[in-house]
Design a protein around this ligand. Structure first.
Ligand SMILES: C[S@@+](CC[C@H](N)C(=O)[O-])C[C@H]1O[C@@H](n2cnc3c(N)ncnc32)[C@H](O)[C@@H]1O
Ligand code: SF4
Length: 357
């Protein structure tokens, strides 16, 4: 898509912004870095992301001032929640300073903006307190196995699971609650970890969420046979732990992503995210901006709109808002539902570590 000159753009609508399919703009996922200290096979397989991989040089990453201008534009248009992601966001130097500046933003009706983080957790123990003090409100930690050998194999990192568990404990101790843990389940790989993870996090205050393995960019070995459906995962859990359905998805705040369930004995909550078997494009209220400043209106998009010309120090904030509003109003992406309509077709998508999961 070609960026248009600001003067060419119609004024942003005063009414709540909706896309072409009637979906509001509520969430911004901001990738702060495309590098990672893990090499998860479903995201950054080592064969494709080797030592010579051309990651963005620091000079091509959005700076914090640019991110602030960007975030202000989105918040003015209805965004209530900003999730920092990557790559591994805790590799970005000075992240608490960014959080502090984002946390000072207010929505048009004066409400604070929720600032969340998705991380692999390895660097979290060292940073949890500073992030919380800076105004971070929520953390989601990704963890696919409790078994050390399997964890090392899946993450490609020579580290024990204890590093991630320590990060989770530090985040809880710092008051970053309720904490979520995301587990991607891949058939024949980590199905055996489902019940150990449930046993481990029951009663801990952590909401464990199982995610279906998706065909996003990077997941070069994806095929449908490797997807364990959310229904299947839930049936396995329910066979050992009776569950009770909870109303709404993520309290209705996060787009209707997770099907929420509670342990019938009151030992906490679980989520099941059926992104492949029961796509939820109809509720998707997310915009994504990659670490090089491109706007993607779908996780499965192939091309992004370069926002950097609108983020320079002397740029006009209204021109940025107009650009974002115009782009959102035209948005008609619903890749996951189309995948269900044409299951044999594969679409090339942007790599998830650049655009942010
Ligand atoms: C791209 S990561 C970025 C943040 C951080 N590095 C982490 O792992 O939490 C964000 C989320 O995307 C998920 N993810 C990556 N590739 C995926 C795939 N092919 N299918 C499902 N989830 C995936 C990860 O498990 C993680 O929870
Ligand atoms: S899922 Fe997260 S931790 Fe794993 S390779 Fe991708 S960015 Fe890194």
């Amino acid at each position: 898509m070609n960026a248009r000159h600001p003067q060419d753009l119609p004024l942003a609508a005063a009414a709540p912004l909706r896309d072409a399919l009637g979906r509001p703009l509520r969430d911004l996922r901001l990738s702060v870095i495309d590098r990672c200290n893990f090499r998860c096979g479903y995201c950054m397989p080592r064969e494709s992301f080797g030592p010579d991989y051309p990651f963005l040089p620091a000079s091509e990453r959005l700076g914090f001032d640019e991110m602030l201008r960007l975030a202000r534009g989105f918040v003015a248009l209805g965004v209530e929640k900003i999730r920092l992601t990557g790559g591994e966001p805790l590799l970005r130097r000075g992240l608490p300073q960014l959080v502090e500046r984002l946390a000072a933003l207010r929505t048009p009706n004066g409400q604070p903006v929720e600032i969340a983080l998705t991380t692999n957790g390895v660097l979290l123990a060292a940073q949890a307190r500073a992030l919380r003090d800076a105004g971070l409100t929520r953390v989601t930690v990704s963890l696919d196995a409790l078994d050390d050998a399997l964890f090392r194999h899946l993450s490609g990192a020579d580290l024990p699971v204890a590093r991630v568990l320590d990060g989770i404990a530090a985040a809880q101790a710092a008051g970053l609650a309720p904490l979520k843990v995301n587990t991607v389940v891949e058939r024949g790989v980590n199905e055996g970890e489902i019940l150990p993870l449930v046993r481990h996090f029951r009663g801990s205050g952590v909401a464990l969420r199982f995610i279906e393995y998706m065909d996003v960019g990077g997941a070069s070995a994806w095929d449908r046979g490797r997807v364990v459906s959310a229904d299947e995962v839930r049936a396995r859990v329910a066979a050992e732990f009776p569950l009770r359905a909870l109303p709404g998805a993520d309290g209705g705040r996060d787009g209707a992503t997770a099907q929420r369930f509670a342990h019938a004995d009151g030992q906490g909550e679980l989520g099941f995210i059926a992104s492949v078997s029961q796509p939820f494009c109809g509720d998707c209220s997310r915009a994504r901006v990659s670490s090089d400043g491109r706007l993607y209106t779908c996780l499965f998009a192939t091309r992004g709109l370069d926002l950097r010309p609108w983020l320079a120090p002397d740029s006009d904030p209204e021109a940025l808002q107009q650009l974002l509003a115009t782009r959102w109003a035209r948005r008609d992406d619903r890749y996951s539902e189309r995948r269900a309509e044409a299951p044999a077709r594969r679409y090339p998508t942007v790599r998830m570590s650049l655009v942010g999961g």
